[in-house]
Design a binder for this molecule. Structure first.
Ligand code: GUN
Length: 290
């Protein structure tokens, strides 16, 4: 890379914005504690997947930073679906628990959707429950998936005007792509969703004023696929023995972008910071129900 290409003013600092969001969550936690309410997150970790273990550890560390109580409910990989339903049921009923997070993926013998749908929507900081996804579709954004919400917050912090822009979302997952498309549409972007079966991906990405990628395919988005001045948000993550990579070929794409998130240090820290604000929100919802 030449000096010209490392224009740091173009780089969106996800860690800095995440710190700001965590500070907001910490302030909200203090207010709740003054009212005698202690937000508490219980993570449910099934099996011994090292990546899942790492993500859960990161979530617990964030809870510690913002003053949220956190417990990890660890279950063996051969737990039955019935037993796992019973764990969720117990946590739904436990008045000391404000949020339940079942770390995905679950073992293949367990129906992931059925388990996630069993979590009370009021205790769902991931925002994955069909109630929340449905609300999002009618422009009532309550608890929504954390990664796309984090991306919207990054754009807000960097004064990106979304209204009327051509936004292209690459990836159609329930966690990132689909809710991202809905959030952009709710903010009056013209939204196109591309995916693994899209023909001539470049013909779409080249038209994007705002490009969000969330596929997990290393460096799928190359310099010749983006428009001059585009805002690029990379929610992809791929790892191999040599390192961690985003969906975007950062070193080259930055030459054309007006703003771009790096991997790591871009979207990733935002997901967890937003999760913290959602745990607070769940505690507030439950307190209001009492
Ligand atoms: N696995 C990968 N990402 C996520 C996430 O955002 N939430 C949960 N619960 N599991 C995940």
């Amino acid at each position: 890379m030449t000096d010209i290409d490392t224009d740091t003013s173009k780089i969106i600092d996800g860690r800095a914005v995440a710190s700001k969001v965590e500070a907001e969550a910490a302030a909200a936690v203090l207010k709740l504690k003054e009212k005698g309410i202690s937000p508490k997150l219980v993570t449910v970790l099934v099996g011994e997947d090292p990546a899942s273990q790492m993500y859960v550890r990161m979530k617990h560390k964030a809870c510690e930073r913002v003053g949220i109580l956190a417990e990890n409910c660890i279950k063996p990989g051969d737990i039955t679906e019935e037993e796992l339903f019973s764990v969720i049921d117990g946590l739904n009923k436990d008045k000391t628990v404000s949020s339940i997070l079942v770390q995905l993926p679950l073992p293949r013998h367990i129906r992931e959707k059925a388990i996630m749908n069993a979590i009370s929507p009021d205790k769902d900081p991931d925002g994955f429950h069909p109630f929340h996804m449905g609300s999002l579709m009618i422009n009532e954004e309550g608890l929504v998936p954390c990664t796309p919400k984090g991306i919207i917050r990054l754009m807000d912090e960097y004064n990106v005007d979304i209204k009327g822009k051509n936004a292209v979302v690459v990836g159609r997952s329930n966690i990132v792509g689909k809710p991202m498309a809905a959030m952009l549409l709710n903010r009056s972007a013209t939204v196109t969703v591309c995916h693994s079966l899209t023909k001539d991906l470049k013909s779409y990405t080249k038209e994007a004023d705002i490009l969000v990628a969330g596929t997990g395919v290393k460096h799928l988005i190359k310099e010749d696929m983006v428009k001059e001045g585009a805002v690029i948000l990379d929610a992809g993550i791929a790892t191999d023995s040599a390192g961690t990579y985003g969906d975007v070929d950062f070193e080259n794409v930055i030459k054309k972008a007006s703003l771009i998130t790096p991997v790591p240090g871009g979207v990733g820290p935002m997901t967890i910071a937003i999760l913290m604000t959602h745990v607070v929100k769940c505690a507030e919802i439950i307190a209001n129900e009492k």
